[in-house]
Design a protein around this ligand. Structure first.
Ligand SMILES: *Cc1c(COP(=O)(O)O)cnc(C)c1O
Length: 398
């Protein structure tokens, strides 16, 4: 740091440094080193062209484009929640009852059984892709299985079995997928459930993109298989309503057999003295973590039942028509001159063409590109045109 006080002070500072007992957690720094925002920032720094506006095809947040404005019914719901003055208070740890009831009803539409209010915990949203950082923070080891690109990005379940050991407790899947945009078939999800059952682990399903599916495969929630294996589903209104800034999500347990409510240990004995009953259920753990995290704003919680109830099908249909969310493209580096990897490709593309694309590395897909199509048709055409000239200029062929 430049402070203009010369070497003496700097030496003093260095001495001081040794006395401090604190520092950042190495685990956390390592786990959080890659973020979409961080990598996009790095790519964007390369833009130099002041004549052409940059075309942003790297972001995951279409809410900035007018054509993706959220439903007016959703806005009205929030406005009247604020106006009512009923929601100026703190909310209960697990969320407002009305919000829990609304989400339970909303998700039950696609399940073979009814969720209860108690299955729903209202949260600030899952965040993405934080799984590894969060696991490292709790000193949990994360292992990666592959999705198979030639099999519609299905989970390599043999790999899951090979990776799991006696300490494995859960597997995470994202459906509909980000970054691959795949939607898992029902048969595949059945196999996922059976594999998890066999391994004795629970399934954590990130279904933030629920119902944002437009291919032939219909979206089936993992909770459908809750009677085979307990499922913890995370979701939010961020993507379907295009309001990631509203920060309202949920954790839902799909567990008709009540496995997550089973008490593992009944008694706690400390130094030979019985200290009473310990509720050692997974659901108590979920409440525990919510107890020590901040709640989503109470008025958004107050609005959520009207947001869900009043938003018309038209709005969802329009979004789906506009949205061909993202495309993943594998880089054939052997066909390109002077490009080292996906990050290099994106930085040079930003410099030469002012087009921003997300390097796959940011979402675990090295040497792939994630192109967001959610920008409105004319920007997309412009961006893809520039991408094409860039590739032609760097092509080895002829
Ligand atoms: C955007 C996203 C999230 C985060 O959702 P929020 O509701 O904004 O927290 C989680 N998972 C995936 C796969 C996402 O794309």
């Amino acid at each position: 740091m430049e402070n203009g006080h010369g070497d003496a002070l700097r030496e003093e500072e260095e001495e001081d440094e040794e006395e401090w007992k604190f520092g950042p957690s190495e685990d956390l720094l390592f786990a959080s080193r890659i973020s979409i925002r961080g990598v996009l920032g790095q790519v964007m720094e390369n833009v130099v062209d002041s004549h052409r506006p940059p075309v942003p095809l790297g972001h995951g947040d279409p809410s900035v484009f007018p054509c993706f404005r959220t439903a007016s019914d959703a806005v009205d719901a929030v406005v009247s929640a604020v106006r009512s003055a009923d929601f100026n208070c703190y909310s209960p740890t697990v969320g407002l009852l009305s919000a829990r009831r609304a989400v339970a009803k909303y998700l039950s539409r696609d399940l073979p059984y009814e969720l209860t209010t108690d299955d729903v915990y209202i949260t600030n949203g899952p965040g993405y892709p934080f799984y590894e950082a969060r696991a490292a923070f709790s000193r949990l080891e994360a292992r990666h299985f592959d999705l198979l690109p030639n099999e519609g990005w299905e989970i390599d379940l043999d790999a899951v079995e090979a990776l799991a050991d006696a300490n494995t407790v859960a597997m995470v899947l994202i459906n509909p997928g980000n970054p691959c945009g795949n939607v898992f078939r029902k048969q595949h999800l059945t196999k996922v459930a059976e594999t998890a059952r066999k391994l004795g682990i629970l399934v954590i399903a990130d279904e933030v993109y629920d119902h944002l599916a437009f291919g032939e495969t219909p979206f089936v929630p993992m909770g459908v298989f809750g009677s085979i294996v307990p499922v913890v589903t995370v979701g939010s209104i961020s993507k379907r309503w295009v309001v990631p800034g509203w920060r309202l999500g949920w954790i839902v347990t799909s567990d008709p057999n009540g496995i997550l409510k089973k008490t593992k240990e009944n008694f706690k004995i400390e130094e030979g003295i019985w200290r009473g009953t310990v509720r050692n259920e997974i659901v108590e753990g979920i409440k525990g973590i919510l107890n020590i995290t901040t709640d989503p704003t109470t008025f958004t919680q107050g609005a959520v039942s009207d947001i869900i109830k009043n938003t018309k099908e038209d709005f969802f249909r329009k979004t789906i028509d506009l949205l061909r969310e993202t495309a993943d493209v594998e880089l054939k580096l052997s066909l390109l001159n002077g490009i080292e990897n996906d990050v290099d490709f994106c930085c040079k593309l930003a410099r030469e063409e002012s087009v921003i694309i997300l390097p796959g590395s940011a979402v675990g897909l090295k040497n792939w590109l994630r192109i967001t199509f959610a920008v409105g048709p004319s920007s997309l055409e412009d961006g893809l045109g520039r991408l094409k000239s860039f590739c032609e200029r760097h092509s080895k062929a002829e």
